[in-house]
Design a protein around this ligand. Structure first.
Ligand SMILES: [Zn+2]
Ligand SMILES: [Zn+2]
Length: 156
């Protein structure tokens, strides 16, 4: 019994099978590439979507900032009004409550206080204390000895 040599036919068949195998492998690689490409495409689509969402977020943030700015402006307006009112109040308080005139830095209507801390023009409170022995605002007992000069920081 001699060993059968592979005949030309079976050789051809083997070659054919090799070829088919290679082709199949190539196709598989191709499919994998396609899949990878598809994944990439999905990733790119996702990125686009993300960008759209980002644009949305930026738009919303801008809207929010506009709102905040409006609120801030309104608040600023309110605080300006309040400031004006406070300044008016201070201006009113910076008048002698007896004659309603502003105090003077020097002379007869200069700023003085009583023990209680209430402020007056000197002439007005001295005149008042000749007739009465109480502070005209809080009615705490006071006399001419309680009249003290008040020095504002910007006055000598
Ligand atoms: Zn006065
Ligand atoms: Zn007083």
């Amino acid at each position: 019994m001699s060993k059968k040599r592979p005949g030309t036919r079976s050789l051809k068949r083997m070659l054919k099978m090799e070829l088919v195998k290679e082709l199949l492998e190539e196709r598989q690689i191709g499919e994998q590439k396609d899949k990878q490409l598809a994944k990439l495409r999905i990733t790119i689509e996702d990125l686009d979507k993300l960008h759209e969402e980002e644009d949305d977020i930026i738009l919303k943030m801008e809207e929010e900032m506009d709102k905040q700015k409006l609120l801030h402006d309104q608040l600023h307006f309110v605080s300006n009004e309040q400031l004006t009112m406070q300044l008016e109040k201070i201006a009113m308080e910076n008048r002698c409550s007896i004659c309603l005139c502003p105090w003077e830095a020097k002379n007869y209507h200069r700023l003085v206080s009583l023990k209680c801390g209430h402020l007056f023009g000197e002439l007005c409170i001295r005149t008042h204390l000749q007739l009465s022995n109480v502070c005209p605002i809080c009615r705490e007992i006071a006399d001419g000895n309680d009249v003290r000069r008040v020095l504002l920081n910007d006055n000598p």
